[in-house]
Design a protein around this ligand. Structure first.
Ligand code: B1M
Length: 211
């Protein structure tokens, strides 16, 4: 049984979507617990991908193919995880802030968070602050994750936090910010709960924020 978990984990790291899919199917047919496949193969594989990215061994393309391979496996597991009521690590609502159409980094962050065990709702790009506020007010959200790639749209992150505050929803959620022009100092200045410079560290930080 461990062999199949190793095979899935390796296929995730290699970004081999076909292999992930066939091995996950085989594992399920063999009676393996979906939670075990999730924790010990998919999430563990993505953790290794994140480590390789942080060490400079992997770059964005390798991360993207690995994340897509992992997502394929997750799609097969999802109905079974729901059936067995396996709780996600937490719930994240992610989006690129108003005025900003860049989504490659945001998608990667979402995928890494999913890979870390979070349930991720992606609001897309050019997201109005009110949409984040509505998501926070609706409840069942632990983290609001904001991405910005333009210096001109960075202030819209502060706007989201202010509107969360105005709506009395700021205390309900943690706000995590990132994107190429965003810095730790900026994050602190606008009152965010955290900043991460890349997708892998965003997933690690998200885990510590809900711990
Ligand atoms: Co745009 N663009 N762009 N662009 N674009 C930049 C960002 C720019 C730096 C290029 C440049 O001038 N050198 C510049 C911004 C300058 C500035 O503000 N200082 C710029 C500009 C000016 C523009 C336009 C205004 C150009 C124009 O029309 N005159 C326009 C704006 C459109 C708009 O948004 N309203 C525009 C348009 C576009 C395209 C549509 C053509 C395309 C976007 C396609 C898409 O996303 N679907 C595009 C692209 C591709 C880029 C560059 C070349 C690449 C961005 C990217 O995807 N990087 C970019 C130049 C560059 O960065 N070298 C540029 C790869 C991605 C994996 O990295 O997004 O940084 P990144 O994400 C990283 C981290 O930042 C972090 O993790 C990710 C992965 O590790 N991260 C987070 C991201 N979000 C996070 C959230 C977190 C935590 C970490 O927590 C929640």
């Amino acid at each position: 049984m461990d062999d199949i978990l190793t095979a899935i984990r390796t296929a995730v790291i290699q970004g081999n979507a076909g292999e992930v899919e066939s091995q996950v199917k085989a594992a399920l047919e063999g009676g393996m617990a979906p939670k075990s496949i999730l924790d010990h193969a998919l999430i563990d594989g993505m953790r290794e991908v994140g480590a390789k990215f942080e060490e400079g061994e992997f770059f964005v393309p390798e991360m993207l193919v690995a994340a897509r391979a992992m997502k394929g496996g997750l799609t097969l597991l999802r109905p079974r995880l729901i059936e067995e009521a396996v709780e996600p690590l937490g719930r994240v609502v992610i989006g690129t802030v108003r005025g900003d159409m860049h989504d490659i980094g945001k998608n990667l962050v979402g995928m890494m968070m999913e890979g870390a065990g979070f349930e991720v709702k992606d609001l897309g790009v050019n997201v109005a602050p009110e949409q984040f506020v509505d998501a926070a007010k609706a409840g069942d959200v632990d983290i609001i994750a904001l991405s910005a790639l333009l210096t001109t749209t960075m202030p819209n992150m502060a706007d989201v936090i202010k509107k969360l505050d105005d709506a009395g929803a700021r205390q309900k959620v943690k706000v995590l910010v990132g994107g190429a022009p965003v810095t730790e100092a900026f994050a602190q200045r606008i009152g965010a709960d955290g900043f991460a410079p890349d997708a892998s560290q965003a997933a690690t930080l998200a885990k510590s924020l809900v711990a």
